[in-house]
Design a protein around this ligand. Sequence first.
Ligand code: ADP
Ligand code: ZN
Length: 530
Amino acid sequence: WANTDFPWSRKVKEILKSIFKLDGFRQLQLETINATLSNEDVILIMPTGGGKSLCYQLPALVKPGMSIVVSPLVSLMEDQLMALKALNVNAKMLSATSTKEEVNEIQNDMVNKNGRLKLLYVTPEKLAKSKRFMTKLQKMYGLGRLSLIAIDEVHCCSQWGHDFRPDYKFLGVLKAMFPDVPMLGLTATSTSKITIDVQKMLSIQGCLVFRASFNRPNLYYEVRIKSSNQEECLQELVNLLKTRYKGQSGIIYTTSIKDCEQLMVDLRNKDLRIGCYHANLDPELRSKVHNKWLTGEYQAVVATIAFGLGIDKPDVRFVIHHSLSKSMENFYQESGRAGRDNKKAECIVLYRLADVFKLSTMVFTQQTGLQNLYNIVAYCLDQVRCRRTIIASYFDEAWDSQNCNAMCDNCRRPREKKEVNVTQYCRSMYQLISNAAGNDVKLTAQKLIDAWYGKGAGNLRVKSVPIPTFPRETGESVIAHLLVEGYLQEDFHFTPYSTISYLKRGPKAAAALSDEHRIVMNISGKAVPP
Ligand code: ADP
Ligand code: ZN
């Protein structure tokens, strides 16, 4: 598909230069464009920032008529429209907030032989719920004016994805309604399981699947365990910003709006130029913050995941996760905002066991919420495998850790790598949990660790369970490992104000108690339990 002797090849090259002002294609862009122009259905899996939008914007300009782009978020569409306007491309969007006049104007253009609109962005619910719009679309199809249907964030079709959207279900009818129109599904994150699900859902089982490599050679990955002391934890972050990232631009991700605002205040009190960005800011303030960050007035923004979709700052030198992402997909997207200029940039996770429960109590009602969370916890816990190997295996890509070039903490650290047998600690946890249950007490992770380390209420301690000689952080890592591996499991209880996560024996408890069973953990360096 990378040929340059298709009938449209000259035109493609010309439009790339004259309209998009670009010199050449990135990985898989030309392949996707050629396949689409050959009327093939395509699913393109390409990491965030890889350049997916060009893959439908360019064909839309090569073909006569109009292309439809389905996109889940209005903010995302607005960003794209702004960029297209700057390039003098005729593009518009339809959303729930479009005025009657706008809607009329667009719908007239759709069925006008001389219509000039090249790209129309719509939300999935617009396609699903507006009969009038669908009628126009059919009429447009009848006139041969519907040139391409692009579906952004196409993984939202799949129940297995991390952000399944019910409205995407309705896109399943499109292929039957418009069989001659090529479909192009785009996503940054799709496992083979999700891809198959998406193909089925869209009725494009035989389509081409192009998958760009996840690997970002210029990103350095690192995980650090945060101090349990708030002030020390803040100081570590301040040091990073004032020394390692001095004069550089970045993003600091937090989980909640409250944490986000608090961290901004804390960092400002340390004389740092920081903004904050979350869904509760009104749009005006939000774009102000964004601008101050773009111009460098702010060194960094503390943000919830609301910040990100549509961000296009090439020189982001660091992305710090001050608390866990919800999933590997989220982590990859969020950290992937670093280093889009292909110069070196760093992706740091500051992690602590307590963060797991902050999130688990939020996501446990979602179908794959807990599993998604445990996958990223496993990434954080691993102190041996190349970070790229972990990411690659998650995204179903083959990867040779030799190619990391010491661009992750685990490849860089010269310490001996160790597989540690933690079976005895697992059994200790079961003893502590049973003992507590005997006293009618359920243990949160914090209480379990306290009991293990000989702190907290005396009746929760168990004489035959030795107090660990390794640091509490290591103890926490052992518990986290037992949790993500299914030896422990969370037991959620609702109170009027919050949800509490207690720990109990997991589905693998019987195995853990059998004689030959070994539970092994990848730990390295000083923190190795004996
Ligand atoms: P994605 O949708 O995959 O996250 P975008 O389409 O938003 O990525 O593109 C990310 C950035 O890369 C944009 O600034 C875009 O202009 C730029 N870009 C895309 N294709 C090319 C290319 N062939 N050459 C240089 N820059 C490109
Ligand atoms: Zn590595």
